[in-house]
Design a protein around this ligand. Structure first.
Ligand code: HEC
Length: 120
């Protein structure tokens, strides 16, 4: 009897921790606020890669509205570039690392927002 109870508790703990282990679910609306603040200068207000700073950049920031190219990127790919910067993913080093300015939740929010741009 006591063993059954212990087993039930162990199963519950396992279940709860597996819930928390999942990567945070992004909130696109919250992501837009951070995007407008940190990303739009290069990536453009609507994600086309045409921000005010983009004219001087080569390569240009990716067009986030291009569903075909964005579809090839997993959330893990995007998260790595955003947190560690372009150089860490073999892209332009002009793309800065944001891992110290954005929490994992905020990165997930920004990804949700970027994804929403190519779903129109
Ligand atoms: C100083 C300009 C600049 C800023 C600011 C900037 N980026 Fe970038 N970003 C770039 C450039 C340049 C690239 C790389 C393009 C390439 O090499 O193909 C890039 C690449 C990326 C990629 C990879 C796209 C792909 O196709 O894999 C993502 C995702 C991204 N940026 C997200 C962000 C987010 C989110 C922010 C704001 C938190 C941000 N960027 C801010 C310039 C910038």
């Amino acid at each position: 009897m006591k063993q059954n109870l212990l087993l039930a508790v162990a199963v519950m703990i396992g279940f709860t921790s597996s819930l928390f282990a999942q990567s945070p679910k992004g909130d696109a609306k919250a992501g837009k606020a951070k995007y407008d603040l940190f990303c739009a200068t290069c990536h453009g207000a609507t994600g086309k890669g045409d921000g005010v700073a983009a004219a001087a950049l080569n390569p240009k920031p990716r067009n986030f509205q291009d569903a075909a190219s964005m579809g090839k990127k997993s959330d893990a790919d995007l998260s790595k570039v955003i947190k560690q910067g372009g150089a860490a993913a073999g892209l332009s080093p002009i793309m800065p690392p944001w891992g110290s300015s954005l929490s994992d939740q905020e990165v997930a929010n920004v990804i949700a927002y970027i994804r929403s741009l190519s779903k129109k």
